[in-house]
Design a protein around this ligand. Structure first.
Ligand SMILES: N[C@@H](CCC(=O)N[C@@H](CS)C(=O)NCC(=O)O)C(=O)O
Length: 228
């Protein structure tokens, strides 16, 4: 592992189950930019992460020149602007700006509803179900898009699919029976296809927590297909 440590690759602080970290890993895997992955335990964050980014969320990418990127979408754009073999930044329908606008809706109102639905006790709410129901129009809109085209912006996966799917997955898993009972066949198919794909399996690989002073893990592991 010494050789690897000497290679001075960009460092990605990640947490396996975090949807923000997942989207960063998806883009890095698609771009095949060699990085060093450091798996973080959120309740015991390593000092090196806190020094790089005092706001202390994951994912964080520290580039070889020391530049720090601490927003997941920015990490996706960083990776894909280096190398975008599957043209995730150039969807077969629509534009990058239109994808960014949809991602903004995901990260704003939808994420807020998701958190309140998943953790009503954190918000002193008696009923998370009300927030689940508030998300119905947005998820219905995704289903409508996916009834028209196989992916959110056309016939192949692109940035928006990969940035949004981890959050829809988290929402669906709160109550899968409820989610599957909704009239969203296209959304369900899109989600299951992504979750059953090779790319998802690759980015969900389990790594041991990183120990300060030791090298992280080479990432990504394998060459990725584009199986959204
Ligand atoms: N806007 C940030 C949000 C990242 C975020 O909130 N990540 C969560 C984990 S999913 C986190 O690190 N929370 C801090 C903590 O739990 O201590 C991004 O896009 O990267």
């Amino acid at each position: 592992m010494t050789d690897y440590a000497a290679a001075a690759r960009p460092i990605l602080y990640s947490f396996r189950r975090c949807p923000y970290a997942m989207r960063a890993r998806l883009a890095i895997t698609a771009s095949q930019c060699p990085c060093e992955l450091r798996e973080v335990v959120l309740r015991n964050k390593p000092q090196a992460l806190l020094v790089a980014s005092p706001k202390a969320t994951v994912p964080v990418l520290v580039d070889v020149d020391g530049a720090v990127i601490d927003q997941s979408l920015d990490i996706m754009l960083w990776a894909l602007r280096r190398h975008d073999p599957h043209a995730w930044l150039k969807p077969s329908q629509g534009s990058l700006d239109a994808m960014l606008a949809l991602i903004d809706e995901c990260d704003g109102p939808f994420k807020q509803q998701l958190d309140r639905y998943k953790y009503p006790q954190r918000y002193e709410l008696l009923d998370g179900g009300a927030y689940r129901d508030q998300a119905i129009p947005w998820l219905t809109q995704l289903d409508d898009r996916l009834a028209a085209t196989e992916f959110l912006f056309g016939s192949r996966p692109a940035l928006a699919d990969m940035a949004i799917a981890p959050f829809v997955r988290q929402f669906a898993h709160i109550d899968m029976d409820w989610f599957q009972a909704q009239p969203w066949p296209s959304l369900l198919q899109w989600l299951l296809r992504w979750m059953q794909g090779e790319l998802f399996a690759q980015v969900m690989h389990k790594y041991p927590p990183w120990q300060e002073g030791s090298p992280g893990e080479p990432f990504p592991l394998f060459h990725a297909g584009n199986d959204g």
